[in-house]
Design a protein around this ligand. Structure first.
Ligand code: KG4
Ligand code: ZN
Length: 356
């Protein structure tokens, strides 16, 4: 079964054709990073406008690259939420219109489940335009534990089959990607913060600044707001200024070496914490497979630390499938198609906040 999938929940306009939930025939991702960089973060109105401009060419390109006519597409999948309302609207309107015009079943996908199912993509067609996509050798097995770490979510999810995913640990406040983005802003590093921190950290000393490891009541929960504040205080202290000194002025007082050391110290503690919580969950829940997804899962240091410190073998999805993309939506949609979970194109509404 070939599914045309569409993802527009934040600042990437993406379309893909996925076969049987695991074979990638095409993937087009139009990133808006350059548009938002000047503002230091995603501007929702700018994001929505850009989705409007590129959604049709992105979908067309995905079909052309997949060498696939409409008669070969059996369903259309789209992210229904969570995400930015204006962004979600563009993707769902496109999907609803196409489902109606082309008379195809419509499948509405939860964005976080999409991140989980990026790990089910294990093969790609020879004509795939994206090169060097190092895919996992085989699909994850159940019971399965998933660490989902993105700009909006930090959670541990568990399932014994495709249809019973439950959240076993969630963030009590901010997401880890948000903390990476905030730390980068304080250091004056460019948006998006995650890759900037990772780059600066590579030449820094992770033990230079001592940051506290967060604590939560739930054994597998997360919390990042305290770490964000501790990081800001540590930079203010190093710069010799008080707590009321504006955070956007701080980076001017830092040398290149201090910036790298701060990036390395922050990344070190964030990774240590993610690994610590995941390790506890693996020990207790004894999954057959551990998978990771979401933008922060692209972080090399996190991958190395998980591989080194957990006994369970992890087959990582390539970074392109960890950050927002439509392939993951197509992979999840296939499981919903098997269960005949379809949506009415006349009725489908977005869900900007959508708990699992
Ligand atoms: O999954 P994603 O693309 O969008 C959301 O659903 O939020 O995740 C975006 C987040 C951003 O916070 C970005 O800074 C972070 O993922 N990120 C990274 C890396 N690449 C992206 N964080 C750490 N290391 C990276 N290499
Ligand atoms: Zn995402």
């Amino acid at each position: 079964m070939r599914i045309l999938a569409i993802e527009t929940s934040c600042d990437e306009t993406s379309a893909a054709v996925v076969e049987n939930g695991q074979r990638l025939l095409s993937l087009v991702v139009n990133s808006q990073i350059d548009l938002h960089r000047a503002y230091g973060g995603v501007v929702p109105e700018v994001a929505a406008r850009s989705h409007v401009e590129v959604i049709i060419p992105v979908i067309d390109q995905a079909l052309v690259e997949a060498q696939c006519g409409w008669h070969q597409i059996e369903a259309i999948a789209v992210t229904k939420g969570p995400g930015l309302a204006g962004s979600l609207l563009i993707g769902t309107l496109a999907a609803r219109t196409l489902a109606w015009a082309k008379q195809k079943p419509l499948i509405a996908v939860h964005h976080i489940l999409g991140h989980v199912y990026a790990n089910w993509i294990t093969t790609a067609s020879a004509q795939l335009a994206v090169s060097n996509l190092q895919l996992p050798k085989k699909s994850p097995e159940f019971p399965c534990l998933a660490l989902i770490v993105s700009g909006g979510h930090s959670q541990l999810m568990y399932a014994t089959n495709h249809n019973n995913w439950t959240v076993v640990g969630r963030t009590q406040d901010d997401a880890v990607g948000e903390a990476f983005d905030k730390a980068a802003k304080v250091l004056g590093l460019p948006y998006p913060g995650g890759p900037s921190i990772a780059k600066a950290a590579s030449s820094g000393n992770p033990d230079q600044y001592q940051l506290p490891i967060p604590k939560t009541a739930g054994p597998y929960d997360f919390s990042f707001s305290g770490l964000k504040t501790a990081f800001l205080r540590s930079v203010q202290k190093e710069c010799g200024v008080g707590h009321d000194f504006p955070s956007f002025e701080l980076s001017k007082g830092l040398s290149e070496a201090q910036r790298s050391n701060f990036a390395a110290s922050f990344q070190h503690i964030a990774i240590k914490y993610l690994v610590q919580q995941t390790k506890k969950a693996v020990k207790e829940l004894q999954p057959q497979s551990l998978i990771i997804g979401g933008g922060v899962a692209a972080n090399k240091g996190l991958r190395i630390a998980l591989t080194d410190q957990l006994l369970i073998k992890i087959d990582y999805a390539p970074p392109l499938l960890c950050t927002d993309n439509a392939a993951m939506i197509g992979a999840r949609a296939y499981q919903q198609a098997l269960q005949k979970v379809f949506s009415d194109p006349d009725q489908l509404e977005i869900k900007p906040s959508w708990p699992l």
